[in-house]
Design a protein around this ligand. Structure first.
Ligand code: TPP
Ligand code: MG
Length: 580
């Protein structure tokens, strides 16, 4: 295609780096870009109903493919709507490029119709945020933006006034090899030697894993075997580390379970692997802490370190393993495995009693049936709220499934928009959105996107007619719940009216068949599961004040939710403990 406008040139560069679609909502100032996409083969304009969804979708696409994804918003309110999704993408380190079109250059600074300052607005949620005012800038700024998003992992924003987008493009050649793969970071020899020394000196070592352990499962297991170390994880590490793990002691954090907290606190040396786990309150005082991360700026953000190792997790373990002596004493590990199994045995029955008849349906039951019925390589997107808890406890990772959420930014309404991005990026793969009724309602327009684009996303709605997570938070704080109830809504009927398959499930006995049917049918489906709003879950460590506050405002407490198939892993790990 002949390059003629600045917008065409932008589209051309996006195609060159493999971008196949741009998510957004059209708008006057964006017209040259949308028109450029219409005329260019190999790239599509993907219409969503809210720009925030476009940013979430791009983020999910980037997270499942590992490649750059793109969203766009028109001037003023159009691109302003991107912001929450961009915050999420940025904090998820998803390489996303946002095109924010802008008011005419001649009007900037005059309080013109729809005027905002995207160059100021998006600074905090991006690595790079620059305005193009001259055609000569476009190619270079676009490349720099892409390199920031890919290289540093996160968002770049190009601000393009509509008049500039429509100008004739520069005649300068744009061809340029862009770097799209991130290298592994190898730590310095001194850090590696010191790391080995700390590991060799400590009798009790615990490994705590985050998202940075992606692709390092086997190496983490080898290190744990060498050190006889329990292995726990943060929520974002779960999908990479919690399966086939003979050292598993569960998860720490507000949604945690099992013996991870104890294993971290009873260790002599705690090794944080690729995690920016945000809760200092769950990290131990008086335990030596080592942190390994490929981003130097993350080191020591949450706890004082005995050693910070600037390196990729896999590269660090590969380099350090030859220097680490095999420990013979399994006592610490075996005790942690026993505690973990016992902790899970205590709660495994939490929801299972008479659950086939319990009305409304217990959400933990719904999550466990979903876990069994979903495909082995399904992508689960999980709304912020109680769905996070159900996913953390019931969705069994296996190295092929994916689990996406708004785990760092914690925004509601992420699940369906993220599912749009995952479904478009990987056609043929099962995509399940675990949505809350509050989250689903918040960006309900995307139900129409699912239908319009005929995306086979299966929305499993945990419909408790409640902003349940906040209700729990209020109870924990000793406050009477207020503003958390929402009206009963038949979302299945809404789905059917929109043209999707919709089924409302009120009886537990109907759940499995409803899920199977939704999975078997082509196209979008909403399985509206009416769930119990009083099914609550508590973190494994809560303070006395929290407990009394909780008990004060609630006659009946469920101090810990159940766990799903991970009990089988815990039980089988017990069998690895050598008999005396
Ligand atoms: C955009 C946004 N607004 C508000 C919140 C605070 N918040 C966190 S979870 C939640 C309730 C979510 O309700 P729902 O989607 O129904 O899920 P549930 O917890 O009931 O399962 C709220 C209001 C948030 N995290 N994000
Ligand atoms: Mg709810």
């Amino acid at each position: 295609m002949a390059r003629n406008t600045v917008a065409d040139q932008l589209v051309e560069i996006l195609r060159e780096v493999g971008v196949e679609r741009v998510y957004g909502v059209v708008g006057d100032s964006l017209n040259p870009v949308v028109d450029g996409i219409r005329r260019r083969r190999g790239i599509e304009w993907t219409q969503v109903r809210h720009e925030e969804s476009g940013a979430f979708a791009a983020s999910a696409e980037a997270q499942v493919t590992g490649q750059l994804a793109v969203c766009a918003g028109s001037c003023g309110p159009g691109n302003l709507h991107l912001i929450n999704g961009l915050y999420d993408a940025h904090r998820s380190m998803a390489p996303v490029l946002a095109i924010a079109s802008h008011i005419p250059t001649s009007e900037i600074g005059t309080g013109y119709f729809q005027e905002t300052h995207p160059d100021r607005l998006f600074v905090e949620c991006s690595h790079y945020c620059e305005m193009v005012t001259d055609p000569e800038q476009l190619a270079r700024v676009t490349r720099i933006a892409i390199q920031h998003a890919v290289g540093r992992g996160g968002v770049s924003v190009i601000i393009l006034p509509g008049d500039v987008a429509g100008l004739a493009a520069s005649k300068q050649p744009v061809g340029h090899a862009l770097v799209t793969e991130r290298p592994k970071v190898r730590p310095g020899p001194d850090e590696l030697a010191r790391l080995a020394e700390l590991m060799n000196d400590a009798n009790r070592v615990t490994l705590f894993c985050g998202r940075g352990t992606q692709g390092a499962h086997d190496l983490v297991m080898r290190l744990a075997e060498r050190l006889k170390a329990p292995v726990g994880h943060a929520l974002r590490g779960k999908e990479w580390i919690q399966y086939d793990n003979p050292f598993d002691v569960g998860m720490s954090g507000l949604l945690g379970y099992g013996a991870c907290y104890e294993a971290m606190h009873e260790a002599e040396l705690l090794v944080l692997l690729g995690t920016d786990f945000p809760y200092p309150a769950f990290l131990p005082d008086g335990v030596r802490i080592v942190q390994v991360d490929h981003r130097a700026e993350q080191l020591g953000r949450r706890a004082p370190l005995a050693l910070g190792v600037w390196g990729s997790v896999s590269e660090t373990i590969e380099q350090v393993l030859p220097m680490v002596r095999e420990k013979r004493d399994r006592t610490f590990l075996d005790n942690a495995l026993r505690k973990h199994a016992a902790a899970l045995e205590r709660v495994v029955g939490a929801y299972t009693q008479d659950v086939e008849h319990h009305l409304p349906i217990h959400p933990e039951y719904a999550a466990s049936v979903l876990d069994e019925e979903a495909a082995d390589d399904a992508v689960f997107t999980v709304d912020t709220g109680m769905c996070n808890v159900w996913a953390a406890r019931y969705i069994s990772p296996n190295g092929r499934r994916r689990l996406l959420g708004s785990f760092s930014h914690g925004s509601m309404a992420n699940a369906v928009p993220q599912a749009i991005g995952a479904a478009l990026a990987q056609p043929g793969r099962q995509v399940v959105a675990m949505a809350g009724d509050g989250g689903f309602a918040m960006l309900l327009g995307e139900l129409l996107t699912l239908v319009a684009s005929d995306l086979p996303v299966k929305v499993v709605l945990f419909n408790n007619s409640s902003l349940g997570m906040v209700k729990l938070e209020m109870l924990v704080a000793g406050l009477p719940e207020h503003g958390t109830a929402t009206q009963h809504t038949d979302f299945a009927a809404i789905a059917r009216a929109a043209g999707a398959h919709g089924v409302r499930v009120e009886r537990p006995a109907d759940l499995r068949a409803a899920l199977r049917e939704a999975f078997d049918r082509p196209g979008p489906a909403v399985v509206d599961v009416v769930t119990d709003p009083n099914a609550l879950s508590m973190p494994p460590k809560i303070t006395a004040e929290q407990v009394s506050g909780f008990a004060l405002s609630m006659g009946r407490t469920v101090l810990a939710g159940g766990v799903g198939r991970m009990i089988q892993l815990a039980r089988s790990n017990l069998r690895n403990i050598p008999r005396p």
